[in-house]
Ligand binder design. Structure first.
Ligand SMILES: Cc1cc2nc3c(=O)[nH]c(=O)nc-3n(C[C@H](O)[C@H](O)[C@H](O)COP(=O)(O)OP(=O)(O)OC[C@H]3O[C@@H](n4cnc5c(N)ncnc54)[C@H](O)[C@@H]3O)c2cc1C
Length: 387
């Protein structure tokens, strides 16, 4: 068995593992072929309460600390399933929880906790601005008791399977603010109302099954009461949730790495060529062993970031490093796993090629490796700002 750093939340891990066993490789392969949403899997996680892990008990959630949510997501990936279909339901609501009004929290959180409403679409990225978030063009213009939204988002994952979207839009043009991070606001958008009022969604076919879309806003009215916190302060609200998101994605990557390492090790033990197991050759052993060492190192950083987060301390540096190191470890393990399987690494029925495609995403999203390196260079090492 691939070692784990700790046995925190072991009971939760065991239960998640049991649930995941009902969704074997064949289930994911079929969905992957048809680019279909894993509804049954997401429903099962919702019914078991896992997606409400971070919602406080007073709103009907399970009220686990971040490490509890991390254990759930890591276990899902370790079992060969894919939490990417719903992981955002766990953490997007953080903006609402931290910055929403009492009325907004009472209106939405219990329904999100029960699964009656899905809040798992996060509209930030736009085609013309990409990583440069403060240059987004989607604009929300105040008109009486509502805002009128115009613009376009890209890569909005799960938009077709979400009842609500957390939307970042400009409310003051960039050239009229002193700081470029000002003048951005966050809204909670009711997708059903918005679709009836000019919002349209276009799926993007991608190299893996991730339900990503383009979302177009054409004079869509959003009630003013759906503004979260103060107008113009939205960028800060989005940033405040990013450490949790990075830590959770990092744990998914650690889970992926463990899956690849276990799969590669088992295959290397069983597959015989030249009259002996391929795993007897050090040329086969070493890439797997190296991937294992890097996974364990990444896991330590994830744990450190999680501990700091739970202690309420600043964990920006550690959360970013955890995300980068874990994404790298998963990708290294994925490569070693494909190589160990030889030709069969490319065959659909082994699930290796599917997981290989899935784990590649985390070098780019939700934040790319370069942007993490840039953060470390500027904010940790004190090097001159590059952009
Ligand atoms: C499958 C998928 C799902 C996603 N889901 C969501 C979602 O739900 N919601 C959402 O809002 N977004 C989502 N994203 C968007 C994702 O966050 C962005 O793709 C990512 O932040 C990079 O932005 P970009 O694609 O515009 O790349 P660009 O900004 O165009 O960058 C392209 C490349 O250039 C590099 N680069 C850019 N600027 C610099 C610089 N100054 N220094 C060094 N390198 C630089 C980047 O690192 C990157 O490798 C998703 C993306 C994918 C692929």
């Amino acid at each position: 068995m691939v070692q784990s750093l700790n046995n925190q939340h072991q009971e939760v891990r065991d239960e998640v593992a049991k649930l995941c066993q009902k969704f074997p490789g064949a289930y994911w392969r079929e969905l992957d072929r048809e680019m279909k949403y894993p509804k049954e899997f997401v429903d099962a996680l919702t019914e078991a309460g896992y997606l409400s892990a971070l919602i406080p008990e007073e709103y009907g959630g399970v009220g686990l600390p971040l490490s509890g949510a991390a254990a759930i997501l890591e276990e899902i990936q370790m079992q060969g399933c894919n939490g990417g279909a719903c992981h955002a339901q766990m953490y997007i609501m953080g903006a609402l929880l931290r910055h929403g009004s009492d009325a907004q929290k009472a209106q939405y959180l219990p329904k999100i906790a029960s699964g009656e409403m899905r809040l798992q679409a996060f509209g930030v990225t736009e085609p013309s601005s990409g990583t440069d978030t403060t240059s987004i063009k989607t604009f929300a213009r105040r008109e009486g008791d509502h805002y009128v939204v115009n613009g376009q988002k890209v890569w909005t994952s799960r938009a077709e399977y979400s009842d609500l979207m957390l939307l970042l839009a400009r409310t003051t043009p960039k050239d009229q603010v002193t700081k470029r991070t000002d003048g951005l606001s966050v809204f909670i958008v009711d997708m059903i109302q918005a679709k009836a009022d000019g919002m349209s969604i276009k799926p993007i076919r991608t190299m893996m099954n991730h339900s990503s879309t383009e979302v177009f806003f054409d004079n869509v009215k959003v009630p003013a009461e759906n503004l979260i916190g103060e107008e113009g302060k939205g960028f800060r609200y989005i940033l405040s949730g990013m450490n949790a998101e990075r830590i959770l994605i990092a744990t998914e990557c650690v889970g992926d790495a463990k899956w690849f390492i276990e799969k590669a090790t088992n295959y290397a033990r069983e597959r015989e060529v030249f009259g002996r197991p391929i795993g007897q050759n050090q040329g086969v052993q070493f890439p797997i062993a190296k991937a294992y060492a890097n996974m364990r190192a990444a896991e330590l950083m994830v744990q450190r970031a999680c501990d700091l987060f739970e202690a309420g301390e600043n964990c920006g540096e550690e959360a970013n490093m955890a995300k980068m190191l874990a994404a790298d470890a998963a990708w290294e393990a994925a490569n070693a796993c494909v190589q160990t399987h030889g030709g069969f690494g490319f065959a659909e029925e082994y699930d290796v090629e599917r997981k290989f495609r899935e784990t590649r995403l985390y070098q780019v999203a939700p934040i790319s490796t370069n942007l993490i390196l840039s953060y470390l260079s500027e904010h940790v090492l004190g090097l001159p700002r590059s952009y």
